[in-house]
Design a protein around this ligand. Structure first.
Ligand code: LLP
Length: 439
């Protein structure tokens, strides 16, 4: 296989070949895997910057101000928060935990937007006291909690609408259809806007919609933007507030395997923003609010790779192999949860001719513990380092200690250096919450 056949768009920008081995900048990934220990996650800063630039390019099409806010549920740590804050991004947080990591990672409260369909009153209180950029009101019950708060200053609110649109993605990732737990129908949102207008410590400043995740077709996203702007017009016509922020959520798809659509991110982002501009002009026509894009996966997924070490290999009677590695559904539950597909390469021979299909499985006590149902690989031996690309989003943030497994270490590659971001979990970490009151 020639390097021209290698699906570069699935790999971090700093990945390249040297003597047919896979490198991240000057780092041989086999050597790195052995030195750092596996399973280990590596992020590439240049690839994150590339995705940020793609979104900035997209926002350039919007005639008003724009802001990229990273959906931190894709993965967050204080070092990552620090990196993103330095690049001028905002952050979507959906729990007190994420709010705390973001603040301690260096985010200005004003750049934080608080999401969630059942926010705890403690979170609302803390967010109001911190002076977050916006609390995104999901439902009327939450509004009643907000009405009862006693904040030091008026709280900026956005309304999350449910546009009743079915996103073309896995059912677990659809969030904008009738029957979804997220957001308010348009009439409900209008009722919320009327209530907010009557409360001095609350201020309606924006509208939000997010119909789902891993979406490659723009039409449903465009339709959700149209509904958002339609509501903005009605709210302003009724004199209930001025919409300063328009947030059509995240959700742009990321290719995981060569079979997935490979439209460049800057093009998708530009087409989305062009639609928002056209829709605003057509339906509203007034001064442009800030357009707030909220990517999670598409900002971070490609920048991350997961390195595993091969252990047991079973050869089945049909010649196919079951290759067990040292990580699995405890660090990547996506295959088990959504049937998500991945590809993998052998770090020491990424371009080698395949000898046949293999299933990549983990070490956990469950048959659903697999990482790849089928991948074609060359000869693999115990001790080899196997790499799975597009591992940056929704792996570590959904990781668990199932079977008492320790969560992986995380490093960042930046300008040739490999910097730690999160150490590997230890056995002591695992015991930390146990309380000995029983006898
Ligand atoms: N905004 C809101 C309000 C969200 O709930 C999400 C993701 C995003 C933005 C970012 O969406 P993205 O750009 O990442 O598609 N665990 C699933 C994905 C769940 C997405 C949850 N919400 C997966 O691994 O596919």
């Amino acid at each position: 296989m020639r390097t021209s056949h290698f699906p570069r768009h699935l790999w971090p920008l700093s990945t390249h070949f040297y003597r047919r081995r896979l490198f991240l900048d000057s780092h041989d990934l086999t050597v790195l895997g052995r030195r750092l220990g596996t399973p280990v996650y590596l992020y590439d800063a240049a690839t994150i910057d590339h995705a940020i630039a793609a979104y900035r390019h997209g926002l350039g099409v919007w005639p008003g101000p724009g802001l990229i806010t990273y959906a931190s549920k894709a993965w967050l740590s204080r070092p990552l928060a620090h990196l993103l804050a330095r690049r001028g991004l905002g952050l979507d947080v959906a729990s007190q935990g994420e709010l705390e990591i973001a603040s301690r990672g260096g985010f200005d409260a004003g750049l934080l937007h608080v999401h969630g369909n059942n926010k705890r009153v403690e979170l609302l209180q803390r967010a109001a006291e911190a002076g977050v950029g916006a609390i995104v009101v999901d439902n009327l019950y939450e509004l009643s909690l907000l009405e009862r708060l006693n904040p030091p200053a008026p709280v900026a609110l956005w309304l999350r609408i449910n546009p009743d649109l079915l996103a073309p993605t896995h059912a677990y990732r659809q969030t904008g259809h009738h029957g979804s737990k997220f957001g308010m129908a348009v009439e409900e949102a209008l009722a919320a806007a009327r209530r907010i207008a009557a409360i001095p410590h609350l201020r309606l400043t924006g509208l939000h919609v997010h119909i789902g995740s891993q979406i490659f077709e723009l039409d449903p996203l465009a339709a959700s933007i149209d509904r958002l702007i339609e509501l903005a017009v009605r709210i302003e016509q009724e004199g209930l507030g001025t919409i300063e922020a328009l947030s059509p959520g995240g959700g742009l798809g990321t290719p995981y395997t060569p079979a997935d659509p490979a439209v460049p991110l800057h093009r998708l982002a530009a087409r989305l923003c062009a639609h928002a501009a056209e829709s605003w002009q057509r339906q509203h026509g007034g001064p442009h609010p800030t357009l707030i894009l909220e990517p999670g996966r598409s900002l971070i997924a490609r920048s991350g790779v997961a390195l595993y070490t091969v252990g047991a290999i079973r050869v089945l009677s049909d010649g196919s192999r079951i290759i067990a590695v040292d990580g699995g559904m405890s660090d990547n539950i996506r295959p088990a949860l959504y049937g998500a597909r991945y590809t993998a390469v052998l770090a020491r021979d990424p371009l080698g001719d395949a000898i046949g299909p293999a299933k990549i499985v983990g070490p956990l006590c469950e048959s659903g513990d697999y990482l790849i149902e089928q991948v074609h690989l060359p000869e693999v031996r115990p001790g080899d380092v196997l790499i799975i690309p597009v591992s940056g989003a929704y792996h570590l943030s959904m990781a668990s200690n199932y079977n008492g497994v320790l969560r992986p270490a995380v490093f960042l590659h930046q300008r040739g250096r490999i910097l730690p971001m999160q150490r590997r979990e230890t056995l002591d970490d695992l015991m930390r919450r146990d309380v000995f009151a029983v006898n």
